[in-house]
Design a protein around this ligand. Structure first.
Ligand code: PEP
Length: 253
């Protein structure tokens, strides 16, 4: 059965001290209030991963990075590799976030190489797909997302693909306050599951967690998460406030 997951993407927010404080707060509220079946993951900036890993020891809260390079090492100034991420204690990595695609040149081909190498090193990949506003208006969004899946993931064999969580994040809904309606999100999630089933198997598709991301807040989480093919969320802005983040996790019930 597929896992229910809520992951927080902190983006380029929080210093080391601020990250430690936020992790400590999230950890405390979760310990006091949650007895859930939902896997909670936090993805702070690279500089906080090692400290976060220590703070999360003995908890069920997962830890992830927000990106990693496709090579293990080399002359790539400023980059962080999958083995480096793994060495911090993180077990997840976000690949293909729309901000990486938009501002850092992460093409489908690059995301494919990153995902493959991260999995080779034992990381689970939260792989982001999603269309721009223009593509939604042009009604090419199914084609766009299908190409992101095909070119980014479908070189993975079945075993490798079992390490992938997909996050559908319509670009027009990220950080804008605009949320896809539950029906729009469900329609795309069902489509993604169908595409995965066609390439792999029905069973693999049924076991794949597909998260929704894009202006998820405590007051809209439950309706979105209540959709049949929505298995949780990837949360940006609201993941920076412990109270909001945990309330969103509660929306999974
Ligand atoms: C994100 O960056 O993955 C995201 C979903 O951001 P927000 O929740 O702020 O829209």
């Amino acid at each position: 059965m597929r896992e229910k997951i809520v992951a927080g993407n902190w983006k380029m927010h929080k210093t080391l001290e601020e990250s430690q404080a936020l992790i400590t707060e999230i950890r405390g509220i979760i310990r006091d209030e949650l007895r859930g079946q939902t896997r909670v993951i936090v993805c702070p900036p690279f500089i906080a991963l090692t400290a976060a890993s220590r703070l999360l020891e003995g908890t069920d809260i997962g830890l992830g990075a927000q990106n990693c390079h496709f090579e293990d090492q080399g002359a790539y100034t400023g980059e962080i590799s999958a083995p480096m991420v793994k060495s911090t204690g993180a077990r997840y990595v976000i690949i293909g976030h729309s901000e990486r695609r938009q501002f850092f040149g992460d093409t489908n081909e690059i995301t494919a190489r990153k995902a493959k190498n991260a999995i080779r090193h034992g990381l689970k990949v939260i792989f982001c797909v999603g269309e721009t506003l223009q593509q939604r208006e042009d009604k090419t969004y199914f084609k766009v997302v299908e190409a992101q899946l095909r070119d980014g993931l479908f070189d993975l064999d079945r075993k490798e693909f079992s390490q992938v969580v997909i996050a559908y994040e319509p670009v027009w809904a990220i950080g804008t306050g605009l949320t896809a309606s539950p029906e729009q999100a469900q329609e795309m999630h069902a489509y993604i599951r169908k595409v995965v089933a066609t390439h792999y198997t029905d069973e693999i598709a049924a076991d794949t967690s597909i998260l929704y991301g894009g202006s998820v807040k405590p007051d809209n989480a439950a309706t979105l998460f209540g959709q049949e093919d929505i298995d949780g969320g990837l949360i940006g802005g609201a993941a920076l406030k412990a109270r909001d983040f945990v309330d969103i996790v509660k929306g999974m019930r």
